[in-house]
Design a protein around this ligand. Structure first.
Ligand SMILES: Cc1ncc(COP(=O)(O)O)c(C=O)c1O
Length: 453
């Protein structure tokens, strides 16, 4: 197809995730044609810094040569074989070994592979229920999660999601899923004090567990830093408190690290930010730098031991996909892990992330419709409001966020809008100069829209 044909067909036949098919016809999406390092080009050759990082995923930037070479070499050797009972392949063995080594500080003992984040969550929820059955606590089937949380789109993940936008059209969902308040400093009915908020939200979790009956609750699932919900960073004491509460009531703690895993926050894993270990981790996106779909559910010692000591047969992993541990994805992940070390990707994310956070946090002084700028490392959320003083939320119907995004696009920066939030998650290999460019463009874009109001 030539460029004109591509533009004509754009939005006609493809129903895009999280979009109304008619809205896509009315406002066709941008067509991205090429990527190199931190940059992407659209079909007209317009060059932009990729502030979205693919979708929190192109952690090594685009077109990393080492990952590409590993993928090609694997295609030449063994493009596919399954890892169901009875067979395996070299890359599956190497990747599981590497991942377990990498997660030694987490006490991870085993990993179940899948095709992406939603799969990783589904695996985690199922394994949590199975764990309790193996230990004779078959009533522990419920899940508790946080409002504003995002855990993908399968029925399990959707049921623990904390945003009704992703739920309404598909209800009724999985029974036995309950939500408690997120420790969200900017918007909560309780307090402006982070420590007090941490206490209150932890107590709300405990009260919910007690109310449900602890012996009916399988797991609490949360993101170490909420991503899609608007980049909400909890107070430092929240996760340690959650860990204590889960332990007190025999509830498993599942860390959904689909976004935070592999360096996004400036730590290799988000739970390291809080000095806490989960029992199960959900991983995807950055695991393969997003080049090939891959998900993983990493299993800590307590859960692994229950499976390994099972003699009833119930401990079989009756879960998995044709493409679990796909050799090409595994090769991409192994090369990604090498590059994480070679390029000091996590250190870079911490360093340039601090630069990004420091500069963009000044935006509310510059722009009257920016209410809050929050984040950590290379994930940042800019929440737009109609009034800074009262924090009045920007209505979903407002076109202001989209106008800021268009102004940035024109100036050479790709950003993502989610409701009233502008979300940034650039490649973790982004340089300090590129961060400065990103900030300049964003400031100019907010200035431009601000001047037009
Ligand atoms: C925290 C979290 N969990 C799960 C998912 C679902 O991942 P996927 O879109 O790969 O299915 C996402 C996707 O953004 C996510 O942010």
């Amino acid at each position: 197809m030539d460029i004109d044909q591509l533009k004509q067909h754009n939005g006609r036949h493809l129903w895009h995730p999280m979009a109304h098919p008619q809205a896509i016809r009315d406002t066709p999406p941008d067509i991205i044609a090429r990527g190199e390092g931190s940059w992407v080009w659209d079909i007209d050759g317009h060059k932009m810094l990729d502030g979205v990082g693919g979708l929190w995923s192109a952690n090594l930037g685009h077109s990393n040569r080492a990952v590409r070479d590993a993928i090609v070499a694997q295609m030449d050797t063994l493009p596919f074989y399954n890892a169901f009972r009875g067979t395996t392949h070299v890359k599956a063995i190497e990747l599981s070994t590497r991942l377990v080594e990498m997660m030694q500080p987490e006490g991870v003992q085993a990993v179940v592979f899948s095709n992406g984040g939603s799969d990783a969550v589904e695996g985690a929820l199922k394994i949590a229920r199975q764990f309790h059955k193996l230990r004779g606590q078959k009533d522990r089937s419920k899940f508790i999660s946080l409002r504003q949380g995002y855990h993908g789109v399968h029925f399990g993940g959707m049921s623990v999601n904390g945003n009704s936008n992703f739920r309404r059209a598909y209800e009724p969902l999985l029974p036995g899923c309950f939500h408690v308040d997120t420790p969200w400093l900017y918007r909560n009915p309780f307090t402006d004090d982070p420590e007090r908020l941490s206490e209150i939200c932890a107590e709300l979790l405990e009260r919910e567990i007690v109310f449900q009956g602890p012996d009916t609750v399988a797991a609490f699932i949360a993101e170490p830093v909420q991503g899609a919900g608007g980049v909400i960073v909890p107070p430092a004491s929240y996760w340690p408190r959650v860990r204590e509460i889960c332990d007190r009531h025999g509830v498993l703690l599942i860390a959904d690290e689909v976004v935070t895993g592999f360096g996004r926050t400036g730590e290799l894993f988000g739970t390291r930010l809080w000095g806490v270990n989960a029992d199960i981790w959900c991983l995807a996106k950055g695991i393969s730098s997003g080049y090939v779909p891959l998900g993983a559910t990493a299993i800590g010692a307590k859960v692994a031991d229950a499976f390994l000591s099972d003699t009833s047969g119930l401990g079989a992993v009756s879960h998995g996909y044709t493409y679990s541990a796909h050799p090409v994805a595994a090769a991409a992940a192994l090369a990604t892990f090498d590059e994480l070390v070679r390029l000091d990707v996590v250190g870079n994310a911490a360093r340039v992330g601090a630069r990004l956070q420091e500069r963009l946090r000044r935006l509310p002084q510059r722009c009257a419709f920016v209410g809050d700028v929050r984040g950590i490392g290379l994930m940042i959320g800019i929440e737009m409001v109609t009034d800074q003083a009262s924090r009045a939320p920007m209505p979903r119907t407002s076109d202001i966020p989209a106008r800021v995004a268009r102004a940035a696009y024109r100036r050479g920066l790709m950003v993502r809008i989610s409701g009233p939030n502008l979300i940034l998650s650039p490649p973790l290999t982004i340089s300090a100069e590129e961060i400065d460019f990103l900030c300049e463009v964003l400031e100019a874009s907010f200035d431009e829209v601000g001047a037009s109001l």
